[in-house]
Ligand binder design. Structure first.
Ligand code: FEO
Length: 403
């Protein structure tokens, strides 16, 4: 049975939720599920913004039919061809054969690569092109690499609505609500919005900045993203953090400690350090990288100003889960952080240098203190060095930035 939501006069949400998906994109856990948003704008012409993932195509097609109420579908605006938004394009084209696809040239390339649509009607649009639906007028804005190269967003002039593709989205299914102001977004979804942004789009900060700059030239009263909630109030709640994240500036002053420990001794060093930092009034969070999903740690690394990595040496390298994390952080373009390093090695510690080398290649990383090297376990004589590292980290906070 259909389940559609009214966004505003003539604008309907016709997407669907998936709460059974184990791993989004095969790599990100989504314990709160995920929504695939599609929007239907009814005017003299009808326009559908994007489709949904394969898993929820059935519900989406019911929703689309209900939303159209027997009318034909004139346009399918394809803003992003990643299959979580485009999979149902074949089903839509089959059911509504008169539909005209509206998409960028690169998007058409990708549609042709993924799907078999034959000689479907299409309009290729570029930056600044317009399309009138009657009362409503669509204005297309290219947003390459937010999150793929073909991406565009769409601004509807009359309602001042930005259809923002992946931008301003969030993990988490829509549990009956559709607007961010209907729920406690800060408490219940903000962390998921950061985890979504940093892991999905985090690598492309400059491109997100470019989109934010273009958006500054528009008066935006509503944002309709392809995942998560629609924003119609307090848009700054989602735009401001995007500004920070895309500039790789921390949200909070404090220390994230990520550690990889085989027998608990590297963890012990990390805990002593965390304890010293708390005693000095510095907020600290800790993650065991072998337990916490990498996507949560990447999100935290974008949140906090200072990062400490502590790893045992393993197979003459960095412990496998820490190596994967650091590789992932570098791939996501983490920048502008103050970094401390702890290594452990029973006979030939290498993990500190290897972690440092990888992190040094990231822009704007400032190392604090010497690499603390322990052999097997923390001994009494190492406490002075631990205290010295803690003091160096505390001192690295500017006085007015201390949490
Ligand atoms: Fe939700 Fe880049 O797709």
């Amino acid at each position: 049975m259909h389940c559609i939501k009214k966004i505003s006069d003539n604008l309907l949400w016709v997407g669907a939720n998936d709460r059974r998906l184990a791993m989004f994109e095969g790599v990100y856990s989504v314990p709160k599920g995920v929504s695939y948003n599609a929007y239907l704008l009814l005017d003299e012409k009808t326009a559908l913004f994007d489709t949904v993932d394969k898993a929820v195509q059935g519900r989406f097609m019911e929703n689309l039919a209900e939303g159209l109420g027997g009318r034909k579908l004139d346009y399918l605006i394809l803003q992003h061809i990643e299959p979580d938004h485009s999979y149902a394009v074949e089903a839509v084209a089959a059911k509504y054969p008169d539909v005209t696809l509206v998409l960028s040239a690169k998007a058409w390339d990708f549609v042709s690569q993924f799907f078999n649509l034959g000689d479907v009607k299409r309009i290729i649009v570029k930056e600044g092109d317009d399309l009138s639906l009657g009362t409503y007028k669509l204005h297309f804005v290219m947003a390459p690499m937010v999150h793929w190269p073909e991406v565009m967003v769409t601004y509807e002039e009359k309602t001042k609505t930005l259809f923002s593709a992946d931008a301003f989205g969030s993990f988490g299914a829509l549990n009956g609500a559709i607007f961010a102001d209907e729920i406690n977004f800060e408490r219940d979804y903000f962390d998921e919005a950061r985890r979504y942004y940093t892991n999905i789009v985090g690598k492309y900060g400059p491109q997100v900045q470019a989109l934010l700059n273009k958006a500054q030239g528009l008066t935006i009263e509503m944002i309709c993203p392809l995942h998560g909630f629609v924003w119609r109030k307090n848009l700054g709640e989602i735009i401001k953090p995007y500004t920070l994240w895309s500039k790789y500036e921390p949200e909070e002053q404090g220390v994230m400690i990520a550690y990889a420990s085989v027998y608990g001794n590297t963890e012990n060093a990390a805990e002593i350090l965390a304890s010293r930092l708390w005693e000095a009034g510095i907020r600290t969070v800790m993650f065991d990288v072998s337990v916490t999903p990498a996507s949560e740690i990447i999100s935290a690394a974008f949140k906090w100003s200072h990062l400490v990595f502590a790893s045992t040496t393993y197979n003459a390298g960095v412990f496998v889960t820490m190596e994967a994390l650091i590789y992932d952080l570098a791939a996501h373009n983490i920048q502008n952080r103050t970094v401390g390093v702890i290594e452990n090695g029973s006979w030939a510690a290498t993990s500190g240098k290897l972690m440092k080398d990888k992190l040094a290649a990231c822009r704007g990383m400032r190392f604090v203190g010497e690499t603390l090297s322990i052999k097997s376990s923390v001994k009494e004589e190492k406490l002075d060095e631990l205290n010295t590292l803690a003091k160096a980290i505390v001192d690295s906070f500017k006085v007015d930035e201390r949490p």
